[in-house]
Design a protein around this ligand. Structure first.
Ligand SMILES: Cc1ncc(COP(=O)(O)O)c(C=O)c1O
Length: 422
């Protein structure tokens, strides 16, 4: 192997990350990433996906993706303004606007594109952005790209936001930017209070519903809609890559907003349009999420089992077990791995320093025994590491928590069992 000067620099950089326990190595998933899957040659319980409703493997969604490719082609063949806008995209946009009870929606190639495109389209150097301290990297990157002034307010703290807004005056616009359901904590923004602060201080509100859409609100409309503030949020962003089990992102709001985005959001303008298969899958997923509310009930039931078993307060499918130091999170994650559970350690810079954690992501296709298995493995790790706090969190015996799927994945596939268990 020949090492260029660049390779030398990168090798040193990676060694630095290694010494700080921050070097990332993806684990390769070898079958459909459903609740039970194969990772790195092992049958494993998957608590790493954002496939909350189990729709990524639903045969109706997969079939819709395949049919869309046959009907519309493998790719959209161009950016939206250069021949890539298909009637199919517009069908999805109409359906998303209806879901979110807004006038208009616009689809982006990913949720990351949506945030990276929208924030600089709406704010510039004269403006000020107020970001929740835990806002997702895509919101932070969008804010940086906008060149607007950035102020951070304390997580989910409308009073702190109010104070921050009072400190900034001038002619520019003020935008408050938050997630509705926080990706690494699973908690929800106090949207009614944020709306009232924004109204009092004449600020605009941008809400990222990546983890809210499909999971919260009737028919999966999202946390914004569940809180009854849909028409008071200026921009509601979402993704098709989590509860929808597909790929892509979107924003919704007034039709003026989407018209503006079409003209000014560079990540929309200068990237190839969303692939037809992702559009087809999203439309099928959207239909199922509205017609099968049992999926959400089941998801919330399983999530409640995990929250309670870990003795933590919270609701919904994102369950973080914060252990503090990076090394502890890595140790817990690898103990879980040994127990046949895939739940990654989340470290700085994804979460603040000293707040490293294992993030469990529950899906509607998990079973109660899968949750028992997690609780057993967490408790075992706590005992072995003298962490009584963690040890006390769990109880079930391994006997009640079978390690492997009852039927090998290949057999389930052959038997036509790719559909979710619901
Ligand atoms: C809060 C939040 N916003 C945006 C995104 C980006 O969405 P996508 O994965 O569709 O690019 C994510 C994905 O992790 C997210 O968690």
């Amino acid at each position: 192997m020949i090492f260029s000067p660049l390779d030398h620099r990168l090798t040193a950089g990676l060694a630095g990350l290694e010494s700080e326990h921050r070097r990332r190595r993806p684990r390769t998933v070898q079958t459909i990433p459903s609740a039970h899957t194969r990772v790195a040659g092992r049958e494993i319980l998957n608590f790493a996906s954002n496939n909350y409703l189990g729709l990524a493997e639903d045969s109706r969604v997969c079939r819709a993706a395949a049919e869309a490719a046959h009907l519309w082609g493998a790719g959209a063949t161009g950016s939206r303004l250069m021949g890539g806008t298909l009637a199919f995209h517009e069908e999805l946009e109409t359906a998303l606007a209806k879901l979110k009870e807004r006038e208009s929606a616009l689809v982006f190639p990913s949720g990351y594109h949506a945030n990276l495109g929208m924030i600089p389209a709406l704010a510039g150097p004269d403006d000020t952005l107020f970001l929740d301290r835990l806002a997702h990297a895509s919101l932070v990157d969008g804010a940086r790209l906008s060149k607007a002034r950035v102020r951070i307010f304390r997580h989910n703290d409308p009073d702190d936001l109010n104070r921050a807004l009072c400190r900034v005056s001038g002619n520019g616009e003020r935008w408050v930017i938050t997630e509705s359901v926080f990706s690494m904590d699973g908690d929800r923004a106090p949207l009614k209070d944020l709306v009232s602060v924004c109204q009092k201080r004449s600020a605009r509100l941008y809400v990222d519903e990546a983890h809210g859409t499909g999971v919260w609100g009737s028919g999966g409309r999202g946390w914004v809609n569940e809180q009854g503030v849909a028409d008071q949020v200026d921009v509601c962003m979402g993704t098709l890559s989590k509860a929808f089990g597909a790929q892509g992102g979107f924003v919704c709001g007034s039709s003026m907003l989407t018209q503006w985005a079409i003209n000014r959001a560079r990540a929309f303008i200068y990237s190839t349009a969303l692939s037809p298969s992702a559009v087809g899958a999203s439309l099928a997923a959207l239909k199922i999420m509205q017609e099968e509310p049992d999926r959400r009930s089941r998801l919330f039931g399983l999530s409640a089992q995990l929250w309670a078993g870990l003795n933590l307060k919270g609701e919904g499918p994102i369950v973080p077990l914060t252990v503090g130091e990076d090394t502890q999170a890595l140790s817990l994650s690898s103990a879980l791995w040994e127990a046949g559970i895939f739940a990654p350690a989340v470290r700085f810079p994804t979460v603040p320093k000293g707040a490293a954690r294992v993030r469990f992501s529950v899906t509607a296709n998990h079973a109660a025994e899968d949750i028992d298995r997690v609780l057993w493995a967490v408790g075992k790790w706590g005992r072995l590491n003298g962490n009584t706090h963690i040890e006390n969190k769990s109880s079930p015996s391994p006997a009640s928590a079978p390690l492997a799927p009852q039927v090998p994945i290949a057999l389930r596939w052959a038997a036509g069992g790719r559909d979710s268990v619901l």
